[in-house]
Design a protein around this ligand. Sequence first.
Ligand code: SF4
Length: 519
Amino acid sequence: MTETLPQPRTAVAADTSEPGASSAGLLVFAPLRLEASAVRRGLRAPASRVRRTGMGATRAAKSVRDSNPGPFGAMIVMGTAAGVSPDLRPGDLVVATEVSDGSSTVTLPGADLLAAELRRAGLPARAGKLATVPMLVRSSQRAKLAAQGFLAADMETAALLGAAEADRPRAVIRAISDSGVGPGMVTGGLAALRALRLAAPVAERWAAACAERTVLLAGPRSFCAGVERAIEIVERALELRGAPVYVRKQIVHNTRVVSDLEQRGAIFVDELDEVPDGATVVFSAHGVSPAVRDAASGRGLSVIDATCPLVSKVHAEARRFAKEGYTVALIGHAGHEEVEGTLGEAPEATVLVQTVDDVAALSPADPSKVAYLMQTTLAVDEAADVSAALRERFPKMRAPGSDDICYATTNRQAAVRAVAEDADLVLVAGSKNSSNSVRLVERSQRAGTPAYLIDGAADIDVSWLSGVSVVGLTAGASAPPAVVSEIIDALSGLGSVTVTERVTTTESVQFGLPREVRR
Ligand code: SF4
């Protein structure tokens, strides 16, 4: 099923001669001669140009209106600014997320992406709000603007954005020359000009990534029922028992989810000995071994179990096969928390098998009594290769009652495959320690499409996007849906984006909550 979602931004695409390519280079508006000269010295591409606009809103806007800039692909305002946030220093770069002159505000999607690219180039850059003010900012004004959330202030950007063509990808990079503290005007000004020169090639890379694009959104993607349940368990525990609530290991493998819950009062620990006596501890969605349960019970901790029911099912199978005298070959990845938990159910009877080569090394006590189980988040095709090798060696091998690789893993892998086939590049939202997210990257790569795992838009390296007109986008089962929206928004800062969702199946699985957090 294919469904077209509303476009996140209706801007007309940049002047491109072919999809996925920025045709006419970068145009930089720089108010002052010294600023224009610093930027010019940093530019490399022949198609890049700098236009000096003059100081102050009126002069800058007139200069833009009166000039004919000719064809260009993307536009950046670059210059110096006064820092109003107290933690900024001369030479720091501010990439504007929005620019306001008090009467109107322009929002610039994708600022995080450009700021991250500057940081990757070794430059101190932050994304945030920029104020355009009528006169040089005075010390008394700094605190007032900072309290309104502005990072920096200048005298031209709002006017320049207002006068320039709004249907192009636009960005603003301002270098702090004066922060109200630290070095004086001359030293601060030199630091700012140097930063502008060094930022110029990064601006060119950003411009080269600007283009009209299609985003092919894989469906299903993002949270599965087990992850939603685990997060809700911690939220309810915080609500019902108050902070802090301890969580053994990351509740799900996602840095955003973990940091959000941390801010709300959850404390994540690696082992139970970090949990104070009498405290509440939540076991993560990946499950724990009986030894951990026993240790918690021995300590008198109040346990709430957020183990996904589909992981618990694998644990039950391990216990059952071991009880019946079988050697259990557990197909999975060494060191993964879920695997540690499953191995702990029947440690004397279970052997971890990671590859086809591991199958040859197996030496069960009774070759006629071998069973296999799987980690829930494996790559479907790779796990099938290992289980086929096991079956060949142990023809009477017992299998789990139903697939161990869970519905969410299977569905997300099928969905990413469907978009990878038609995409130039696949972005997978998810954290590096998320097994199912890593498998989505590998699945796309096996389909012949370059793929990258990103925690958020700031992880996108703009060089990946050069020449790319169709971006496949998905999210692992532990990645929040909001990250997908954030990535689409960031891409829309590089040119207009058409989002098409390709749904391979729909999901309706829901799991009940443990009694400790039921209301
Ligand atoms: S990925 Fe599968 S096993 Fe893991 S939490 Fe989600 S539904 Fe449960």
